[in-house]
Design a protein. Structure first.
Length: 71
């Protein structure tokens, strides 16, 4: 993975404990493909895992994501 795989954005706000990227500009075709791949993986039986997958779908479609980086 390289920095190019992470996409682009218009604005970055940084504080001591948080960095916020807004107005992401990912490739729509790749985002739609990823959305469909996750949608196919949603488990039917396990309610907990189903909820986690549905949360991921909401974040992708809503253009909001949380990225945790450990240094």
């Amino acid at each position: 993975m390289t920095h190019r795989d992470l996409g682009t954005c218009r604005k970055v706000v940084m504080t001591k404990s948080r960095t916020i990227f807004t107005d992401g500009a990912g490739e729509k075709e790749l985002m739609a493909e990823r959305y469909e791949n996750i949608k196919k993986q949603v488990p039917v039986e396990n309610t907990y895992n189903k909820g986690k997958f549905l949360d991921r779908l909401k974040r992708i479609s809503g253009k909001v994501a949380t990225v945790h980086v450990r240094i």
